[in-house]
Structure formats: C-alpha cells, structure tokens
Design a protein around this ligand. Structure first.
Ligand SMILES: CC(C)(COP(=O)(O)OP(=O)(O)OC[C@H]1O[C@@H](n2cnc3c(N)ncnc32)[C@H](O)[C@@H]1OP(=O)(O)O)[C@@H](O)C(=O)NCCC(=O)NCCS
Length: 110
C-alpha cells in the first residue's frame, strides 16, 4: 500500500460488502508478512464497522496475489468472472485495464 496515505480505511471501498482495493507492497519488503498484516487490519476495520464479509477483485493472471488471498482465507465468492476493458476508477484514481477479475470473499464472523 502506498506510504503517502495515512488511514488504512481509505483502502476499503464504501460498498456493501466492503471491498479491499489497492494492495501493494514495495518489492524489497515482500514475503515478510506485510500484505497479510494489511489484509488483517482491513478485516478488523470492516468488523468494527459491523460488516460480516469483505470482498476483493483480483486478476486471473495474478497468481501471486491469489496465493496471498488464499493464505488469508479468501475464497471465490461464487459470482461470475468480471471482464473489464477500458477505464476503471479505483480509490487511487483511474487506470486503463484489459483483464478478467475473480471476485473473492471472506466471512468475518467465523
Ligand atoms: C501480492 C503482494 C501484495 C503480496 O505482499 P507480501 O507482503 O509479499 O505478502 P505476504 O508476505 O503477506 O505473503 C503472505 C503469503 O502469501 C503468499 N505469497 C505471497 N507472495 C507470494 C509469491 N511471490 N509466490 C507465492 N506465494 C506468495 C504466500 O502464501 C505467503 O506466505 P509465505 O511467505 O509464508 O509463504 C505483493 O506481491 C505485491 O505488492 N504485488 C504487486 C501488487 C499486487 O499484485 N497487488 C494485488 C492486487 S489484487
């Protein structure tokens, strides 16, 4: 996640269920558990806000991120793969994409 931002809640989109976005760890700090800690913090924030589930979207090509989310307990949400082509707007700003996105979910109450 970018160091310029000060509040972890800015990485949680205001959808229902809330969606984790913009997770990135700078390369020299990878494989140290940083992303796991950030995901865990996002889950805790969602629980505090009363949500029972958290979701995210990940590229079908991004096997590293899928491994992370699997290790964190996320599973396929059971909704169709989302084809995205063109401009999408994340909290970090607009980006151009041509991708297939898996929707993953994790229950926060068990
Ligand atoms: C995906 C990413 C956020 C992981 O960050 P990280 O801090 O390195 O992740 P962690 O150290 O918490 O890894 C936790 C677990 O995830 C899995 N994992 C993480 N990186 C992996 C890799 N390169 N290969 C295989 N499994 C990996 C492992 O199970 C790992 O546990 P282990 O190290 O005990 O084996 C980081 O690689 C990244 O910033 N990638 C580019 C941006 C990106 O793809 N973001 C996700 C968008 S949806």
């Amino acid at each position: 996640m970018g160091g310029r931002r000060t509040s972890r809640s800015r990485y949680i989109a205001s959808t229902e269920p809330p969606e984790l976005q913009d997770l990135e760890v700078i390369p020299r700090h990878r494989r140290l558990g940083v992303a796991t800690a950030l995901v865990s913090a996002a889950e805790a924030e969602c629980s505090v806000r009363g949500f029972l589930e958290i979701r995210l979207e990940v590229s079908m090509a991004n096997v590293v991120a899928q491994a992370l989310y699997g290790a964190c307990g996320f599973r396929e949400a059971g909704v169709p793969v989302r084809r995205v082509k063109g401009r999408v707007v994340l909290r970090a700003g607009p980006i151009e994409v041509d991708d297939n996105l898996l929707v993953l979910a994790k229950r926060l109450d068990g």
